[in-house]
Design a protein around this ligand. Structure first.
Ligand code: FES
Ligand SMILES: [Fe+2]
Length: 330
């Protein structure tokens, strides 16, 4: 995982008001729960007393109560009650649960993967969705590391092969560019795929700066968007479960069908189509080894892979905490 990043990890609606829920995310077993006011708390799903799973407990007076000996912890993870010591008995501070910094926005729970700090960067969301409505979402569990899912979504040369019957129709195998920028932990990609007429592809470095909005957007650490026109956009969130599993949340945003009845039909169709296309990707992504991608794992790149190369390089840089203006060590 990349340190000091906001990771979108699951949908807010997956954490009900009354019941703690267990989810594996960022390689850890976590408990997600809400106090009486609905405030969300995320902690390791392990009691600091005798290691029972806190998610098997319940919420009592705004605290989470361990199912084993009834210890209670508040949303900050501070011990509130040790029943065996008595209501007014000793509550040693050592019985402290780690409580992750969390946010809820855009219908998602975001976890700060790092030490708490006084101020945090903004959530890595998009400002081009204003005016569009969320046309629904679905999730898919992929048995691979989230880097493979992200790579696939930055891959502009797979379309006529993996998606030859859907979004890659037309045999546009030649990739001009892609023109790619990386700035403030955000990657932007413009691609121009064409049927091969015998001319060499234009190299990414020789592409003139485009005068239209990008087609692909990726915001570190795990949020991606494709623009299928100004009024139809798909956002995919790759929630890391662990080194071998990822949950992909796919959301469609649209701005051209407003009539409620028609909208419902269109939304259902968008999601169905979107799920089908994502499954085409999964058929290949699940076969990649190692499951976790990185630089220097014996894989080769072509010019069309520039977005993937920039993603992996920047990811390495962030993991190794190398300032953006310094050369990466590898
Ligand atoms: S194991 Fe949780 S209270 Fe004892
Ligand atoms: Fe794809």
């Amino acid at each position: 995982m990349i340190p000091d990043q906001w990771y979108a990890v699951l949908e807010s609606k997956e954490v009900p008001a009354a019941k703690p829920r267990a989810f594996r995310r960022l390689g850890q077993d976590l408990v997600f729960w809400r106090d009486g006011a609905g405030n969300l708390s995320v902690m390791p799903d392990r009691c600091p007393h005798r290691s029972a799973q806190l998610s098997l407990g319940k919420v009592v007076n705004g605290n989470i109560e361990c199912p084993f000996h009834g210890f209670q912890f508040n949303t900050a993870g501070h011990i509130q009650l040790i029943p065996a010591n008595g209501r007014n008995g000793n509550k040693p501070a050592a019985f402290q649960c780690h409580s992750f910094p969390v946010r809820e926005a855009q219908g998602f729970v975001w976890i700060w993967n790092g030490a708490p700090r006084a101020t945090y960067p903004d959530l890595p969301w998009f400002d081009n969705l204003t005016g569009l409505v969320n046309a629904g979402s679905f999730s898919a569990r992929w048995q691979t590391h989230y880097t493979r899912a992200i790579e696939g979504m930055l891959d502009v040369s797979h379309l006529p092969f993996v998606h030859r019957n859907t979004i890659g129709r037309g045999n546009a195998t030649l990739v001009n560019g892609p023109y790619t920028t990386i700035e403030d932990n955000r990657i932007r990609v413009w691609y121009d795929n064409q049927p091969d007429a015998g001319l060499p592809a234009i190299k990414p470095t020789e592409m003139p700066p485009p005068h239209r909005p990008p087609l692909l957007y990726f915001n570190f650490p795990n949020v991606w968007q494709i623009g299928l026109g100004a009024k139809l956009r798909i956002v995919n969130i790759m929630a890391p479960v662990d080194d071998e599993n990822t949950v992909i949340y796919s959301l469609t945003f649209q701005g051209f069908v407003r009539l409620p009845g028609l909208r419902k039909l269109m939304d259902a169709w968008f999601n169905l189509f979107n799920r089908y296309v994502l499954n085409e990707d999964y058929a290949v992504a699940r076969s990649q080894r190692p499951k976790k991608s990185d630089l220097h794992i014996g894989e080769l790149f072509i010019p069309a892979d520039r977005p993937i190369a920039l993603y992996l390089q920047h990811r390495r840089r962030l993991i190794e905490q190398v300032p953006a203006n310094a050369e990466a060590s590898e």
